[in-house]
Each structure stands twice: as structure tokens, then as C-alpha cells.
Design a protein around this ligand. Structure first.
Ligand code: ADP
Ligand code: ZN
Length: 721
């Protein structure tokens, strides 16, 4: 039945829902994606059930008709309910959530063909600096003029010039080529009896309604093989499966593994897609053609035509928490989406979050366990190196006993991994003469020296400066010293110790695309690397059978700062990096450098008492009524003017309601008191579990006003604080 008028949620977060008249003869239903006029603009929006949205006071006679309906599948009711839940729970505008559903809105219209370009290899006779830069950066790349211009950091005009000069050519984009369909029976694995049981339990859940499952398997137990069987079952039933990964760097190895099992690649969804790919993938997901999608957290909001299964791989990873815009946690939101879609959701992890384990304990999630490694591989033995007893040489960072092990491993022709969660060469540069420290002008953070890239960089805002020759404060030359190690410095130390060893540095600076990650994996598999020095990027998912030694350079690093999750996070990280060792038929060893071998985290790792560690952490959380036993929300007030941020934060604090079971702390400078040039004040709300803290915050903030220069962001269930 055609509706005479409809309420539309646009993608513009500054606008509330708007009412429109349905043009004569046009059919719409809830979920239809439409284009509607607002003043001179054309807005994209989604038709929503009017009774679920606040009423607008618009007289019928003033009601304009919307323009037309876009030819895509309507956004289905379960996804609309999920959007409402996300907006409510994370205190965000519905429009902001909808933008994640329709991320390529501009490209949705019609079958508009995008023209993409790539270089021909021809060098134009007139070669300006900009042209040269463009040609250098665009080698082997393809994309629209806009995308290429962004990538090359030149203007569109420069590229148009290159097109005219024959150095770039247009390529036809065949966006309607049908996708390959994964074959669930292409290459089924031989599962161990334990894996078989686990796989059956997951596969049985497909098609039987909402069923949140923790797939709790030690590193190397074959969790991927096992959940692939549930994916296969989902494909057999003709439904779509979604696998969320914590890091796009893991996409490429995942695609290869998927292809080996299913005979073709799944659809990939991440920020690195070109707009033509994005549009194509979005449409394939919405039409149901894309049977399996692998993606970063944002893939959770796409309009799957017939979703049958969600898997969250490495579900404990903090990267699933979005820290800007809608500050959702994709792990928690995945469970909610599964609930609305009435489908199973698998959280896969060797080191589940305390919150997730708790859900198992109280019977809300089912647990499927894989307590042993596949093919009889043993979990690696973990030993602490007490740096107070076995200190590195002056100016060095690796303890003698670790160096001995590295050498032995090199001689055996086995691979080693040194883990330090710090990019760059040194986290701090200071002047020995006057004590000046190089700080970011935009953030409360030190400038980190990146020797490979010849610069100092801020890891928070991206501010860079050339490496200083003299102290800007006292003018002294040769007085600047690098303090502390980053991975580049450790790599230097390794090179000095073992000049013949082939080393690789693995951080987001060196592995910035799925293709680079694929190169790294290839080199490791070919045995072209002896020693990897890496950040948390190497702790995830990788499987290198010849990697037998892991050294944790600084196990104390993650424990500084006293964050609620510091111990849990350290435990997970070290357990994960340890899990890279000894995955093949050779046993692995893990050496953990620490100044405090008696710290509970280290002691638990060495003794292997995971259950004991979790129990103690859980008790500590219970005693303090911290999550999951209590609730937290952070209110961050920021402005370029410090006084303004402080005054709004104070006003918010003064207006805090007296609510039984809730306490408000602050305002105080946020942990990063200045970020990207904005001063940040924070209030922390701590509430008991049963309190509807969102409702309280909504009512509390509603009457408070602030100028456009001030931003107030609410972080419900903050990951760190
Ligand atoms: P996890 O994710 O639990 O750390 P993976 O799923 O990565 O473990 O499996 C570890 C390695 O063992 C992978 O190389 C995988 O291909 C292999 N593997 C696991 N189970 C099987 C199996 N049943 N048959 C063959 N190879 C397997
Ligand atoms: Zn900065």
C-alpha cells in the first residue's frame, strides 16, 4: 500500500528526520532509499517507520514530495532495528549510523560508470616536479582521477594533463562481472576429532536462530578451519556469511586461505577499496550475490540481503572499538546485529576479553573449546628474563640470554620474532644540554623519531618534522639523544649483533596495505627472513611453521599507566605473540624480558595459569564494580580554546543529576589532554550494571548548550581511560 507521506532519515547528522509527500504513482515501503530535496540540495535518505521517530511539526500543505526512489534493495527491518539500537546505545545520531549502511551513497545512483585510469609507462616530454611525483607514486596503481590525485598528492589538473600527454590511460571497469560463488565442498579439511566436534557444533547453529558462541581455542588450534565449516554450511543454505577481521593487513592472508578452502575469493570490505570496487561490493552484498564477505569492523553495518552467520575473528582485539564518530564496539555490536537478524555469531579468540568470558560464565554465550594445538604441536614454553639479573649491555636492549638464543636459532636456520609494541626508532628525543624534549605542537605527546623515514612524527595527529640538527631551545649541536627503543632501534641492534641475519621490520609503517602484508608473508614462507622485529601487527593470526623463537623485548611496557585493562591487554598481547612460536612440528620457545618477573601477568604467563589469571582479574573487576560488573561512559569535551573546553566541561559536571547507583568523576584533563590541536576535558560516569546510563546521559545533556567550536563526544563502554 503506497503511503501518502513518509518520514525520512537522511545521512546528514545535523538534521532530524524529515517528512515528505510520496509523489503520485511512486511505490515506497519502509527501508526504501530515496532522494529528497531540501532547499537547493538533494539529500539521500531512508524511509523509516514514522512511529519509531520523533514527530516533526510540519503542516501537510507545506509538505514537499521527495524526488525519487533509488534502485537498490530497501534497508530491511532487522537492519533498521540494529541501526536504532546502535544510535541509542552509543548515543549517536541515527543519521551517523545510517552513513555506515550507505557509505558510498554518492555511487548508489543508477549504473553510473566510473572511469578509472592507470599509467601507461610513457614519460611525457614536459616533466614538471609534480608530474614526476605523480608518475612515481602512481606506478602500478589504478583508480579514478580523484583517487589517484589524493594518492599522489597533486591536483586533478596535473593528472588531466598526464592523461592528455598519454602518460595515463582510461581503463574500462567491468563492474557487472558476476562474482565467483564460494564452493563449500571445494577442499574440505581433514579435521581432528576435537575440531570435528567443534565444527559440527558451529555448523549446526547455522539456520537455527540467534546463538552467540565463544570459539575459545588456543593459538594454532585451527579456529579458522573450524569456523570455515560454519561458513560452508551457511553457503550451502544459500545464505551470506560475514567474517570480521581486526586489521586490514590480515585480509590478504585470509583471502588466500579462504581461496584454498572454497576455491575462490570472498568479497572484501575495507577502507582501502577504490570507489568502483566499493560500489560493486556494496551492491553485491545488498543483492545477496556476495555469499561471503570479509572485512574490517565497518562491514558490520552493510545491508546484507540474507545474512546467515557472523564471525568475529580475534574477537579480543581492541581495534574492533571505533574511537571516532559513532564509537561502537564491533564485537558487541556484532552480537546485537546477530540478535536482530536471528542468526548465530561466533567470537573466535585464544585470549577472549574478560567481558566475553563473563558472558559464558553467566550462560549468555555458549562456549566451544579447542584446548589443543593442531597436529600435536605443543604450546611454546614461556620463560621470563629478569632484566635486573641479566641486564643488556650499555646502550643495548636485548639481554645476553636472549642474544644467545637468537644466535642458536639462526644457526639452526629457524626464524625468530622480537616483539616491541613501539613504532619508530626512539619514543623520545631530548637535549642533553638543556633538557629540551621534542613535543608535538598539536598533542600531549612526544615526537617519535623515525630513522627509516628521516623524520620525527607524532603518532596521534601525524605531525612530522625533519630530524633536528640542533636543539631549538639552546642551539647546542650534537646534544640530542634518542631515549628508549622502538622497533627500528631493536633492528639496528640485531644488525650489529648478527650482520649476516636477514631482518624485517613489521609495523604499520612498513605494512600499510594488504599487498605489503602479502609480500611479508611470502618472504617469511620462503625463508627469506631470519629475524622479524615487529609491533602488535605481528601478534595476530599469522602462521609461520619455521618460527620457533619469540622474544618479548619489554613486557612491562603495557603495564604502565594503570589502565583498567592494562593487565588483561598485556596478557593477551604476550599470549598472542607467544602463539606465533612453534606452530609447526618444531617446538617453540618464548623469552619475556621484564624488570618484574613477580608481576601477576608475567607469573601467570610463565606458569601457564590462564584460568587463574582470568579469575583474579575478574574478581578485581567485580570488587571495583568495573565492567562487566558495572558500567562506564566517558564524556569528552574538546575545543581549540582550553578555557572553553574547561568551562563547558564544568557546566556539564554541575548539571550532573543525582542518580542512585551512579557517580560522576571529573572534569579533568583527558589522558591525551591535547589531541590534534584540541584541548580535551573528560568526565567519567560510573554506574551500576542495571542503570540505563544512556537515558540518564541523554536527559542530562539535552538542556545544556555549547558553541559550535566545542565538541562533546560520548564514549559508552570506553576501551581505555
Ligand atoms: P588458530 O587460528 O587457532 O591460531 P589456525 O586456524 O590458524 O589456528 O590454524 C593453524 C594452522 O594449522 C593453519 O596453518 C591451518 O591451516 C592448520 N590446520 C589447522 N587445522 C587443520 C586441519 N584440520 N587440517 C590441516 N591443517 C590444519
Ligand atoms: Zn600530534
Amino acid at each position: 500500500m503506497p503511503l501518502p507521506r513518509v518520514r525520512i532519515v537522511t545521512l546528514n547528522a545535523a538534521l532530524g528526520p524529515l517528512d515528505y509527500r510520496v509523489p503520485d504513482g511512486v511505490h515506497v515501503e519502509p527501508g526504501s532509499v530515496v532522494v529528497a530535496p531540501l532547499g537547493p540540495r538533494q539529500l539521500i535518505g531512508v524511509v523509516w517507520e514514522a512511529d519509531r521517530l520523533p514527530t516533526e511539526e510540519v503542516g501537510d500543505n507545506r509538505l514537499r514530495p521527495f524526488h525519487h526512489v533509488i534502485d537498490v534493495q530497501p534497508i530491511a527491518a532487522p537492519l533498521r532495528r540494529f541501526c536504532e539500537w546502535t544510535a541509542d546505545y552509543y548515543l549517536s545520531p541515527l543519521a551517523a549510523v545510517l552513513r555506515m549502511v550507505l557509505p558510498s551513497a554518492g555511487a548508489l545512483e543508477g549504473s553510473r560508470q566510473l572511469t578509472e585510469y592507470r599509467s601507461t609507462g610513457l614519460v611525457p616530454p614536459r616533466l614538471t616536479l609534480q608530474r614526476e611525483q605523480a608518475l612515481q607514486r602512481l606506478a602500478g596503481r589504478q583508480g579514478t582521477i580523484r583517487e589517484l590525485a589524493d594518492h599522489a598528492e597533486v591536483s586533478d589538473a596535473v593528472l588531466r594533463g598526464l592523461v592528455n600527454a598519454g602518460a595515463l590511460e582510461a581503463v574500462a571497469v567491468d563492474s557487472d562481472r558476476p562474482l565467483d560463488c564460494p564452493n563449500p565442498d571445494f577442499a574440505p579439511p581433514d579435521l581432528s576429532p576435537q575440531q570435528f566436534e567443534a565444527a559440527r557444533s558451529l555448523a549446526d547453529a547455522v539456520g537455527s536462530g540467534f546463538d552467540p558462541v565463544l570459539l575459545d581455542g588456543v593459538t594454532g588450534s585451527g579456529k579458522t578451519e573450524v569456523y570455515f565449516e560454519a561458513v560452508a554450511e551457511c553457503v550451502r543454505q544459500g545464505k551470506q556469511a560475514l567474517v570480521l577481521l581486526p586489521e586490514i593487513a590480515l585480509t590478504e592472508p585470509f583471502l588466500k586461505r579462504f581461496e584454498a578452502r572454497f576455491g575462490c575469493q570472498p568479497s572484501a570490505w575495507h577502507s582501502g577499496l577504490r570507489s568502483s570496487q566499493r560500489r560493486r561490493t556494496w551492491r553485491a552484498i545488498a543483492s545477496g550475490e556476495a555469499k561471503v564477505t570479509v572485512g574490517a569492523r565497518s562491514a558490520l553495518f552493510l545491508p546484507y540481503a540474507d545474512l546467515g552467520l557472523i564471525v568475529v575473528d580475534e574477537a579480543h582485539e581492541p581495534t574492533f572499538k571505533q574511537e571516532e564518530g559513532v564509537q561502537y564496539h564491533a564485537r558487541d555490536a556484532a552480537v546485537m546485529r546477530a540478535k536482530f537478524e536471528n542468526i548465530p555469531v561466533v567470537l573466535s579468540s585464544a585470549t577472549p576479553a574478560i567481558e566475553t568470558r563473563h558472558m559464558v560464565e553467566i550462560g549468555r554465550y555458549r562456549e566451544v573449546a579447542l584446548p589443543q594445538r593442531f597436529a600435536g604441536a605443543e604450546l611454546p614454553a614461556l620463560t621470563a628474563i629478569d632484566l635486573t639479573q641479566d641486564p643488556p649491555m650499555r646502550g643495548r636492549w636485548l639481554a645476553p640470554s636472549l642474544v644467545v638464543e637468537l644466535e642458536a636459532n639462526l644457526e639452526r636456520g629457524e626464524q625468530s620474532l622480537l616483539f616491541l609494541n613501539r613504532r619508530g626508532f626512539a619514543p623520545l628525543t631530548l637535549c642533553r644540554h638543556c633538557g629540551h624534549r621534542f613535543q608535538c605542537p598539536n598533542c600531549t605527546a612526544w615526537m617519535v623519531e623515525h630513522r627509516l623515514m628521516h623524520r620525527l612524527a607524532c603518532h596521534h595527529c601525524g605531525h612530522v618534522m625533519p630530524p633536528p640538527k640542533a636543539c631549538p631551545e639552546c642551539g647546542e649541536e650534537d646534544s640530542l639523544v634518542a631515549c628508549g627503543p622502538g622497533v627500528e632501534r631493536i633492528a639496528d641492534e640485531v644488525a650489529a649483533l648478527f650482520p649476516e641475519a636477514r631482518t624485517a621490520i613489521v609495523t604499520s609503517d612498513t605494512i600499510w596495505s594488504p599487498a605489503r602484508a602479502a609480500d611479508f608473508v611470502e618472504q617469511m614462507e620462503a625463508g627469506a627472513i631470519d629475524i622479524v622485529v615487529g609491533t602488535q601487527l605481528v601478534t595476530k593470526g599469522y602462521h609461520f611453521p619455521n618460527l620457533t623463537l619469540v622474544g618479548v623485548v619489554d613486557a612491562d611496557l603495557g603495564l604502565q599507566g594503570g589502565d583498567l585493562r592494562a593487565a588483561e591487554r598485556s596478557f593477551q598481547q604476550i599470549q598472542q605473540v607467544a602463539g606465533r612460536a612453534g606452530r609447526g612440528d618444531k617446538p617453540g620457545r618464548v623469552l619475556v624480558q621484564t624488570h618484574d618477573p613477580d608481576a601477576p601477568v608475567i607469573a601467570a604467563l610463565v606458569s601457564g595459569d590462564t584460568a587463574g589469571f582470568y579469575a583474579a582479574e575478574t574478581e578485581a573487576r567485580r570488587d571495583a564494580a568495573m565492567p562487566p560488573f558495572g558500567r562506564l561512559a566517558a564524556i569528552i569535551v574538546s575545543s581549540e580554546e582550553q578555557a572553553e573546553a574547561e568551562s563547558v566541561a564544568r557546566r556539564i559536571a554541575h548539571a550532573a543529576p543525582e542518580v542512585e547507583g551512579m557517580a560522576v568523576f571529573g572534569p579533568a584533563p583527558a589522558p591525551l589532554a591535547m589531541l590534534r590541536g584540541r584541548h580535551r576535558q573528560r568526565l567519567l560516569v560510573h554506574a551500576r550494571r542495571s542503570l540505563d546510563v544512556q537515558d540518564v546521559i541523554r536527559d542530562w545533556l539535552a538542556p545544556i548548550e555549547w558553541s559550535a567550536k566545542v565538541r562533546v563526544a560520548i564514549d559508552v563502554d570506553p576501551y581505555s581511560f
